[in-house]
Design a protein around this ligand. Structure first.
Ligand SMILES: Nc1nc2c(c(=O)[nH]1)N[C@H]1C(S)=C(S)[C@@H](COP(=O)(O)OP(=O)(O)OC[C@H]3O[C@@H](n4cnc5c(=O)[nH]c(N)nc54)[C@H](O)[C@@H]3O)O[C@H]1N2
Ligand SMILES: Nc1nc2c(c(=O)[nH]1)N[C@H]1C(S)=C(S)[C@@H](COP(=O)(O)OP(=O)(O)OC[C@H]3O[C@@H](n4cnc5c(=O)[nH]c(N)nc54)[C@H](O)[C@@H]3O)O[C@H]1N2
Ligand code: SF4
Ligand SMILES: [Mo]
Length: 712
């Protein structure tokens, strides 16, 4: 075994540190939690612990391919560069697009974004983070003037009330959940509230579970704000000095959000709603954790602001043990926000909405062709491909034929697109199946770079093995194409450290009182030597002259990043989801995750240990509904929406509410036909964030009788 190497887990946004020993000859690996890493202090969950099972060469994409034929790098890169250049010269820059991922490293992501927005000159770079974090991004920008997650993990151990809302952290952020569980054992005063339509594993430590009707979060939080106002429990000193918009928000919630009405519409017992309101009112040290039950909604941005409003109304932000806290999903969801992976962002927390930002980034990149307007967000991007407006697309580190809503349309769009390039580590996925060119990317354990977790902590991922076959780092692949498109100088990177330094320098470029302050500033790392990068310890941004060693908690000084420097209370009113159940589609389909699988299972399915519990797609249904629709446990059921169809095994459980179904997002057509839940999911999006409503689609369900029964 080789010497110990420290790296970071490639799964969830907790961002656990790993200490690994590898045997490069046999591609064997021993992983342990890194005891010195501030995210996990040595802990790992089932997925992190099983990483050694996923690093074999089986199923890997080992060489580039053109139209199913294996080829060398030069031929593939030249073809990609030529086809993109030709499409741009014939149809303009907006006829091409990149679709990236929060599973790319910061360095990869930075280069992809720079090429599309800075040099191709189109805003058409979006990412799977649109499906994941964009409502939080939009909510933070509205409230703080910046996309800031102010708190840190330590706050969870200092809190006396933790609210999990739309977050099943026991399964999705397991090490954070374990930290909270340990904190509760130590501090019996710590109360836990779970707000989730399902009774999830997270409820195991809950003192109160509020199984609200899907999509009604704004009602509940506006109800809380009303309660705080009516009982004079707001912090008027903080509101007057440090916020704007209070009166508008206050007058909006003063009618219609009384507790009886809230309980009725959210379908919650009034006593439980009262308990929640009283606990919040009485507990200064409150952390509100939120994730996809909040973000993936047609009112996702409003849900985020409804939560933040209650924190601003009570001055509960920027203090130890206190704050609204958006959990990031992917290992580098936060890094993607830093580099500007979403189609409306530029880079380094600058975006198209500010002409000064546009000019600044153009000067920094020394580019004369920087895009002038935002590109298409994910759902519209695939629609534009379907309509033939976008004629060449490059997909990197994501599997949209499985993970997008209205996924059959996404598949059809890619099948009819003139030129589809896919960079992946795995040879056979639903998306690689429709690619004209496949580019083999180095995966976790081979690639080198940085990721940023939910608490803004930048950690290194380090190579443990030589690359699989001819796989190359994503940043190298993108830079090589850029160079062949004529942008040699701007993409002449030799190593990941070169890119990191440039990204760090941009974050500090004209980031001052004179030009306007931006929260994301790691200029303190811009001069990092190669050796310094190699040995970089986990560090929380900002890292600059004020915070040379990083900063745990933002907004301690109550300075926000809006024009006035004040936080914004945003008046939000409840809007029900646009597609509601009807006679034809009487159920609401909710979707999400299970403990032992990661997304579309390209990696976790390689581990026998992780696979053993749930071999097939399943649908959870309440016993009453099962009875009414004549479904038994283990039956095969057909679930159908206006958009598509899926087959799944029936699981009858009281954890579901009557009228709701739950199907995990993980299965793809690599496992069986009609396995993708994305086929069913409606493509409705939030008007601000353009994030799709992945947790609310009207569907129907019936027992599936295979046709061949009829023939026997
Ligand atoms: N095991 C595992 N862990 C993962 C992942 C994985 O694939 N597998 N993926 C990672 C990624 S990318 C992400 S984004 C995170 C996601 O982490 P989470 O957001 O915690 O996971 P989800 O299961 O998508 O959804 C959370 C909960 O939202 C609830 N919900 C649905 N609708 C509503 C609603 O209207 N209101 C409220 N309050 N709740 C609602 C659902 O019932 C569900 O239990 O997990 C990360 N961690
Ligand atoms: N119905 C429903 N749909 C959802 C969700 C939901 O809750 N419900 N959640 C949404 C959310 S939050 C997310 S984040 C998405 C996730 O959805 P996806 O991003 O589509 O899912 P993954 O399976 O993680 O896809 C990652 C792909 O990148 C490859 N890969 C891994 N590492 C690398 C690398 O370093 N380089 C390259 N080039 N490729 C790599 C993997 O092999 C895999 O094929 O799904 C979204 N879709
Ligand atoms: S909690 Fe997340 S980051 Fe930590 S080991 Fe598990 S999957 Fe990896
Ligand atoms: Mo995500």
């Amino acid at each position: 075994m080789n010497d110990l190497i420290k790296t970071t887990c490639p799964y969830c946004g907790v961002g656990c540190g790993i200490s690994a020993r590898s045997n490069t000859e046999h591609r064997e690996l021993i992983v342990k939690g890194d005891e010195s890493h501030p995210a996990n202090y040595g802990r790992l969950c089932s997925k992190g612990s099983a990483l050694a099972d996923t690093v074999g060469l089986e199923g890997r994409l080992l060489t580039p391919y053109i139209a199913g034929r294996s080829c060398d790098w030069d031929e593939a890169l030249t073809l990609v560069a030529n086809r993109f250049s030709r499409t741009i010269s014939e149809y303009g820059p907006d006829a091409v697009a990149f679709y990236g991922s929060g599973q790319l490293l910061t360095e990869d992501y930075y280069v992809a974004n720079k090429l599309m927005k800075g040099f191709i000159g189109s805003g058409n770079m979006d990412t799977n983070s649109r499906l994941c974090m964009s409502s939080s991004v939009a909510g933070h920008k509205r409230a703080f003037g910046s996309d800031t997650v102010p708190g840190c993990y330590e706050d969870l151990e200092l809190a006396e009330l933790i609210i999990f809302t739309g977050a099943n952290s026991a399964w999705c952020h397991p090490v954070l959940y374990q930290r909270i569980k340990a904190a509760k054992l130590k501090n019996p005063n710590l109360k836990i509230v779970v707000i989730d339509p399902r009774r999830t594993a997270t409820c195991e430590i809950a003192d109160l579970h509020l199984p609200l009707a899907i999509g009604t979060d704004v009602l509940l939080w506006n109800g809380l704000l009303t309660h705080l106002i009516q009982h004079e429990l707001t912090d008027s000193g903080f509101i007057n000095q440090y916020t704007e918009g209070w009166l508008a928000a206050k007058s909006l919630v003063e009618s219609g959000y009384d507790i009886e009405n809230i309980a009725l519409q959210c379908r919650l017992p009034i006593e439980d709603v009262k308990t929640f309101f009283n606990w919040f009112a009485d507990t200064e040290k409150t952390v509100s954790l939120f994730s996809q039950g909040i973000n993936q909604s047609s009112s996702g941005t409003d849900k985020v602001n409804a939560i933040i409003n209650c924190h601003l109304a009570t001055g509960r932000i920027g203090k130890p043990g206190i704050g609204p806290f958006s959990l990031t999903g992917q290992p580098n969801a936060m890094g993607g926000r830093e580099v500007g992976g979403l189609a409306h962002q530029l880079a380094a927390h600058m975006d198209f909405s500010n002409p000064n930002d546009l000019d600044r980034v153009a000067r920094f990149w020394e580019s004369e062709r920087i895009a002038q307007k935002p590109g298409f967000p994910a759902v519209e991007l695939f629609d534009a491909i379907h309509e033939g407006k976008i004629k060449a697309v490059w997909i990197m580190g994501t599997n949209p034929i499985v993970s997008m809503p209205n996924a059959d349309k996404v598949k059809a769009a890619l099948q009819r697109c003139d030129f589809v390039v896919v960079s992946d580590c795995i040879a056979k996925t639903d998306t690689t199946a429709v690619a004209h060119v496949l580019l083999p990317a180095q995966g976790w354990s081979e690639k080198d770079g940085t990721v940023t977790n939910s608490e803004r902590c930048i950690s290194r991922q380090r190579a443990l093995f030589p690359p699989a076959g001819e796989a190359m780092p994503d940043w190298w692949i993108i830079s090589q194409v850029a160079q062949r498109m004529g942008f040699k100088q701007a993409f002449d990177y030799r190593k990941a450290a070169d890119i990191f330094r440039e990204h760090a320098a941009l974050s500090g470029f004209e980031n001052d009182k004179k030009h306007g302050l931006r929260d994301f500033d790691i200029s303190g790392l811009a001069m990092l030597t190669d050796n310094g990068y190699e040995n970089l310890k986990p560090t929380q941004w900002p890292v600059n002259a004020n915070y040379p060693n990083g900063c745990e908690r933002l907004f301690a000084d109550k300075q926000f990043f809006s024009k006035s420097g004040k936080a914004q209370v945003i008046p939000v009113s409840f809007r029900p989801p646009s597609n509601t159940p009807n006679d034809r589609y009487p159920f609401i389909l909710n979707t999400g995750r299970i403990r032992d699988q990661w997304h579309t299972m390209t990696r976790t399915a390689l581990s026998a240990k992780l696979n053993q519990h749930t071999p097939e797609p399943f649908v959870e249904i309440h016993p009453e509904d099962a009875k009414h629709f004549d479904l038994q446990e283990n039956d095969l059921a057909e679930i159908e929406s206006r958009w598509g169809k899926q087959l799944a095994r029936v699981v009858v459980t009281n954890e579901q509410q009557v009228g709701h179904l739950f199907i995990p997002m993980h299965w793809s057509d690599q496992f069986a036909n009609l396995s993708r839940v994305g086929s069913l999911v409606n493509p409705v999006t939030d008007p601000q964030s353009k994030q799709p409503e992945l947790k609310h689609t009207p569907v129907r369900i019936k027992a599936f009788k295979p046709e061949w029964y009829g023939f026997i």
